[in-house]
Design a protein. Sequence first.
Length: 291
Amino acid sequence: MLRRRLDLPLEQTAPGRFLPWLIGGMIYGTVVMLGVAMTADRAMRAYDQRAQLVTVTLPMTDGDGAPDIEAIVEALHNTPGVLAATPVPGDELRALMAPWLGEARGGVDLPLPRLIDVTLDPLAAPDLPALENRLRELVSGATIGVEAATVDHAERLAALVRGWAGAAGIAVLLAALLGIGATTRLSLRLNADSVELLRWMGASNRYLADQFERHALSGGLPAGAGGFGFAIVTVGALLYTSRSMEIAAQIEIDLRPFDWLLLACLAATSLVLVVAVVRITTLRQLQNRPA
């Protein structure tokens, strides 16, 4: 039906031949930019949901008044929002401090603080000051140090990519729709004689708008499908090459099947917007012309 011969020679003019390329480029740019934004958003969500790490530091001892590690670990496990509590072995702590203390002072007689790595549930949002006060009731001088509560460089990069890619995708879509409207107006002017002839023969404005709409669909469907296919390949290649980035070393960067479906719906919606812009532009131009 869409390939049926049109009464207007729209495919023989430069704007008519350029329109499918514009539609394909619009869908390609929009899908790629919003695909990147969705990937960055997935990374941000992974950052928000990842566990927060803190370290409980117990005061330095010489072995006589060693704190009750078991009591501290049990108190941590009984605290809402604590996922895990693991004491750091003394040998591991000495190995970490050896570069600063030197081998001579890294012996077993050196008093060292006891450390406990604690994994918190970020969704539970535990009260760290209250937890620290509770631990000090068990061991005087106990402190809690936050290790991963601040936003790191990779997370800031993901937020920056999400914002700029999303804005670029919307800008590409709006600019292309404006270009399609301008192309439709130019095509209407170049085919003014044919349009007036059809109107003289009794064709209504809606019939003429149907001509431009069918032309946009007949060229836009294959062009849009090609643009979407190239966009999917581009997004997949970006996901594959992003494995070497800093952010990928900390969290998994990927899109779910539902995300790919959303990109397909975005391409289809973009094509519907193209048809709407072409039809509305044609009707307005025809209504401003005397019959």
